[in-house]
Design a protein around this ligand. Structure first.
Ligand code: ZN
Length: 387
């Protein structure tokens, strides 16, 4: 395992005021920065969580994310940035990534030129960024991603399950996993919300005002950032500064270090597809793409989301099909197309599913459907976009 962090020299003051210099390994330095980040949190861990004990394989705490990421051998772990509170942002790479240097042009410029390859290059494989845990109170995506990493490392996930089809598909792509985008929110959230009531769920996710009222889902978006001095607890939705990373999408005024780190990664590797992982209290589904995008992306996104939702119905994880029509949302996904020309889609897992397995299973299905489809037709056909 290699990790791109410079070793740091730590000065330790002993009882006799003698400074000893002790060199830490990059892994030790990363774990130390993670422990320090807990000290920077303004709010304690929320009291709102499900009562059932979590299964052993349900790993989702910041230190568990770090353990799995730092332990990879087939993949490569990189810390791509720090959260507002100072938690390391882990990325795990699978595949050959030798084109991380500065590119001759940007997507914005080259897509307006006669040669978009001046930015995109001619990659042999499509590049997928699989990001989960945008909202810290939604641990399901984090658990699913850590299980996927374990699957790639050992042939079996943390439950001992194998997914032969995925093991065959994934090496045909370059994949970067970001298991937990919002480590700040994760650190102050419980491990799951199964069996909670609606009010508890809201408070755990979007937070609680000082007078005890839950902050409603849409109401939370009236603020950017959430006014932290007016809340009893901010829930796991925002980062430590109160910003909802999912809506940190104002060009020229990106507020969060998490969004900045992801955008840099998307640009650096010319991501073709960005998976944006979430959970809610309803049945799992792939959210339709926003109409604010290239027409070709809207069509491809609709087709992919519809195919995923059909497979979720087939698997008995939901009953009806969501309407196949674009949304009008502006969020982080909107920036992906502007940054790399890639397509981005978000999903929702079900935090209230009957079993812990059912809470994460949709992400394995989504990965399979998307990769299968990508082999038939590019996820982001650059030549079609610039035509
Ligand atoms: Zn969410």
């Amino acid at each position: 395992m290699t990790i791109r962090i410079m070793p740091i020299i730590l000065a330790v003051a002993c009882a006799g005021c003698l400074n000893l210099q002790q060199q830490r390994t990059p892994e030790e330095a990363t774990m130390a920065s993670l422990r320090d980040a807990y000290q920077n949190l303004r709010f304690p861990k929320s009291e709102y969580g499900g009562e059932a004990p979590r299964p052993e394989w349900w790993l989702c705490r910041p230190e568990e994310v770090a353990d799995i990421c730092l332990g990879v051998k087939k993949g490569r772990c990189e810390v791509i940035g720090q959260t507002a509170a100072g938690f390391p942002l882990f990325a795990v790479f699978y595949g050959q990534f030798d084109d991380g240097g500065p590119r001759q042009s940007t997507w914005a410029a080259s897509s307006s030129s006669d040669a978009y390859e001046c930015y995109y290059g001619k990659p042999e494989k499509q590049t997928i960024i699989w990001a989960t845990g945008f909202h810290g109170a939604e641990p399901e995506g984090v658990v699913a991603t850590l299980n996927m990493i374990q699957l790639l490392e050992t042939g079996k996930d943390l439950r001992g399950r194998s997914y032969p089809k995925l093991l065959e598909l994934i090496p045909q792509f370059r994949i970067i996993f970001l298991p937990c985008v919002n480590m700040d929110g994760r650190a102050i959230s419980q491990d799951h919300l199964q069996g909670t009531d609606k009010v508890t769920f809201r408070k755990a996710c979007q937070g609680e005002w000082l007078d005890g009222r839950p902050i409603e889902w849409r109401e939370s978006k009236r603020y950017f950032p959430l006014p932290l001095d007016r809340v009893k607890h901010p829930g796991g939705y925002p980062n430590a500064d109160g910003f909802n990373i999912m809506h940190d999408a104002t060009p020229g005024n990106i507020r969060t270090p998490e969004a900045r780190a992801m955008l840099a990664l998307i640009e650096r590797y010319a991501a073709d597809f960005f998976f944006n992982g979430h959970s809610c209290e309803g049945k799992p589904f792939m959210i339709m793409p926003s109409e604010i995008n290239y027409q070709a992306h809207v069509e491809r996104g609709l087709e992919l989301a519809d195919a995923v939702n059909a497979r979720l119905v087939e698997a008995g994880l939901r009953s009806g099909m969501p309407k196949k029509a674009p949304t009008r949302t502006i969020n982080f996904n909107s920036l992906v197309s502007l940054t790399s020309g890639g397509l981005a889609l978000a999903n929702e897992l079900n935090s209230w599913a009957d079993s812990f397995d059912d809470m994460i299973e949709p992400n394995f299905i989504i990965m399979e459907v998307i990769l299968e489809s990508a082999l038939e037709k590019p996820l982001a056909d650059r030549s079609a976009l610039v035509r």
